[in-house]
Design a protein around this ligand. Structure first.
Ligand code: SF4
Length: 252
């Protein structure tokens, strides 16, 4: 199959950037989207041109590195699918595919399709941990956790930190990401210690990084490759309200 690729090329954060068109031909439908990008880059290198910079790592949908906006959708047209799990059979032969980086002020472009998502790391550093002594591995079995609570916490922990929720939101809100990272602790007994201080710290870090407010459109949930639910945002907002209305001593 043959495609025309319109790819955003940008030298660095200061460069204004623009779309550049490329042709790729004889691409098998079973080729993954990133493999197709590799084929393009091989052609560019052979011609002595600069290859397209893009992020990737595990290529099996768990690392959260791939971050492309494809035909106007974060991670492309398929639901619950990361860019690395996307295959060329999902694109019509002869079609034009538009490929852009995540567009959000807190995610400055490093080069081409690569953006700097270290803002997410700083939010995590603000509170996504427990500082109590959790004991050794056998001690974990001494804390009874219901199947329902374990499943709910695991569902939140499935967030891979890709940033698609931010890219999909018209306000560039990181609420879905932050609420998932909070919920994976708040839904477990071990996470109750520091629960409200953690919420305050991470929400304040999110605001300080320049992410916008929740737009209430649920675009984040619709584009999230892991199906993280906006119900976590509701829990984050309830916890944040409690944390700001009561002292930490009362809440813990
Ligand atoms: S909530 Fe979903 S879209 Fe947002 S960072 Fe986590 S996995 Fe990616």
């Amino acid at each position: 199959m043959n495609y025309t690729l319109k790819i955003w090329r940008q030298k660095n954060a200061a460069d204004s950037g623009s779309f550049v068109s490329y042709k790729v031909e004889n691409i098998d439908g079973e080729t993954s989207f990133l493999e197709m990008m590799d084929v393009l880059n091989q052609q560019l290198v052979t011609r002595g041109e600069e290859p397209v910079a893009y992020d990737h790592d595990c290529r099996e949908g768990v690392c959260g590195m791939c971050s492309m906006y494809i035909n106007g959708r974060a991670h492309g047209p398929n639901e619950l699918t990361t860019t690395c799990q996307l295959y060329m059979r999902h694109f019509k032969n002869g079609s034009t595919i538009i490929i852009e980086p995540w567009r959000a002020k807190p995610f400055p472009v490093i080069k081409d399709l690569m953006v700097d998502r270290s803002a997410f790391d700083r939010i995590q550093q603000a509170g996504a941990y427990i500082s109590m002594n959790a004991g050794s591995a056998p001690d974990a079995n001494n804390i009874m956790i219901s199947k329902e609570a374990a499943d709910a916490a695991f569902e939140a922990a499935e967030c891979i930190g890709c940033g698609a929720c931010v890219a999909a939101c018209k306000n560039s809100s990181a609420s879905l990401f932050v609420s998932a990272k909070l919920a994976q602790f708040a839904l477990l007994p071990q996470g109750q210690v520091e629960r409200y201080q953690r919420t305050l710290n991470m929400v304040q870090a999110m605001d300080a990084e320049g992410f916008g407010s929740c737009s209430n459109t649920s675009a984040c949930e619709a584009e999230c490759p892991k199906g993280i639910s906006v119900k976590h945002i509701a829990m984050m907002n309830r916890d944040y309200l409690k944390a700001t209305m009561c002292s930490e001593k009362v809440m813990s």
